[in-house]
Design a protein around this ligand. Structure first.
Ligand code: 6PG
Length: 483
């Protein structure tokens, strides 16, 4: 009979699960029980990593028996039905007070449902976003757990022992209750999509504007990575652009098919931002850009459509490159600003007490969007927790003030040259919309009232009004929309 010697267990030993289990085992005070449906994976992990002193198990009963109470297990299987199957098995062998953690990329509404169902058995359920990919799982991810305070009491120290460290602090916090953690991870992924799209547009502009080859552009990104744009995504971009394809000897980026995939987390971000009424234009354009890239039939049919030759006439390449860098920085600020707006709206709708400063803090390390300027975002929210728009924080207002001439030159130049920059352009449009003193929404209201009698407000008096468009066009005060 297995003795209850493990303080934490991992179910699901694919690369992410195995790496997380190894990370846990490498930390002082952790003994890790592991289980995988196909036992070969368990045997392989134990034989390849004897130093981890894993407690290998071959049944859920044995797995539960190996765990000291309150039994705590992290599920690391592909998000979806497989998660429910493992939850069912764990609730069968666990007892009230034990803790089940879903470490997959689950949709937060699934987590809200699961937390409610599992809580009815007396067992705690935690949905934890884990960011940083396979390397992060092994060396230190950013972790975004949502669940009860009771669960956090046991789980907090364990997750803190494996999280990345940024500025001397662990990149993990109790995000909030039930689905809060997976919601924040979803927003993280939306920002990730925007960040990646913005970097890709910057690369495309520099390539088309200066004729530099990928290896030369890699050097530019490496240089940018020493300054205010320092981040994981900028760092890996330089690595990808440096890579030469062994088969052809050409830059790898030139032999990769230009059709972007998506496991869908960024799509969730946009769907939920739309439901919440939060404009996440940069994130949305990044999702749409991936979809457009895969419309092969339409792209083939459109390839002969009239338009400029997609090369930018650049007199001073260095000045152009600096313009692109400034435009990238300003656009990234908009993407993160919009992401945090969605977090605020989600917290309000789902009744979570999410602290934006704490989320910015745990994103400074371990996760895919980790970046030097997240320190600045952290400062902005800690200095003013009620900040209504990140871009209005003094530091970021200064950045955008410095960047905006470049930003406008880049967007205008790209449009004139026929180079698609949906994320750059939509971020600038959002910025100008946010700061405009009057928007043409007034005309939209007039149109809606004309065809649908949907009424409108006035700038000069309180009340709701409707014009009798098909009658004498007089204005009447109305009690609200006609339907
Ligand atoms: C992370 C990443 C990761 C991401 C996958 C799939 O935080 O480690 O966000 O969870 O979901 O890399 O990304 P795609 O949605 O682009 O397929």
């Amino acid at each position: 009979m297995v003795e209850a010697v493990a303080n934490i267990g991992v179910v699901g030993l694919a690369v992410m699960g195995s790496n997380l289990a190894r990370n846990l085992a490498s930390r002082e005070g952790n003994t890790v029980a592991v289980f995988n449906r196909s036992h070969e994976k368990t045997d392989t992990l134990l034989s390849e990593h004897p130093e981890a002193e894993f407690v290998g198990t071959t049944s859920y009963e044995e797995f539960a028996a190996a765990l000291s109470k309150p039994r705590t297990a992290i599920i690391m299987v592909q998000a979806g039905k497989g998660t429910d199957a493992v939850i069912d098995e764990l609730t069968r062998v666990f007892e009230p007070g034990d803790i089940i953690v879903d470490g997959g990329n689950a949709l937060f509404t699934d987590t809200i449902r699961r937390e409610k169902d599992v809580r009815e058995t007396g067992i705690n359920f935690v949905g934890a976003g884990i960011s940083g990919g396979e390397e992060g799982a092994l060396k230190g991810p950013s972790i975004m757990p949502g669940g009860s305070a009771e669960a956090w009491e046991t789980l907090g120290p364990i997750l803190t022992s494996i999280a990345a460290i940024a500025e001397g602090e662990p990149c993990v916090t109790h995000v909030g209750t039930d689905g809060a953690g997976h919601f924040v991870k979803m927003i993280h992924n939306g920002i990730e999509y925007a960040d990646m799209q913005l970097i890709a547009e910057a690369y495309d502009l520099i390539r088309r504007g200066t004729g530099k080859n990928p290896a030369e552009i890699a050097e530019i990104f490496t240089e940018w990575n020493t300054g205010e744009l320092e981040s994981y995504l900028i760092e890996i971009t330089a690595e990808v652009l440096k890579q030469v394809d062994v088969k052809t000897g050409r830059p790898l980026v030139d032999v990769i098919l230009d059709q972007a995939g998506s496991k869908g987390t960024g799509v969730w971000t946009v769907q939920n931002a739309l439901d919440l009424g939060v404009p996440v234009s940069g994130i949305a354009e990044a999702v749409f850009a991936r979809a457009l890239s895969s419309k092969t039939e339409q792209r083939a049919a459109a390839s002969e459509l009239p338009g400029p030759s997609s090369t930018v006439a650049v007199d001073d390449p260095d000045a152009f490159i600096e313009d692109v860098r400034q435009a990238l920085y300003a656009s990234k600020i908009i993407a993160y600003s919009q992401g945090f707006d969605a977090i605020v709206a989600g917290a309000e709708k789902y009744n979570w007490d999410i602290k934006k400063g704490e989320i910015a803090k745990i994103w400074r390390g371990g996760c895919i969007i980790r970046a030097r300027f997240l320190n600045r975002i952290t400062d902005a929210y800690l200095e003013n927790p009620g900040l209504v728009a990140l871009v209005t924080a003094p530091f970021f207002t200064d950045v955008v003030s410095t960047a905006q001439d470049s930003w406008r030159r880049v967007v205008a130049g790209a449009a004139y040259a026929g180079i698609p920059t949906p994320a750059f352009s939509s971020s600038l449009a959002y910025y100008d919309g946010l700061r405009a003193d009057r928007l043409p929404a007034s005309l939209v209201q007039g149109q809606r009232d004309f065809f649908g009698a949907h009424t409108y407000k006035r700038v000069d008096v309180e009340g709701t009004f409707h014009t009798l468009w098909s009658g004498d066009r007089s204005e009447i005060e109305s009690e609200g929309s006609s339907h």
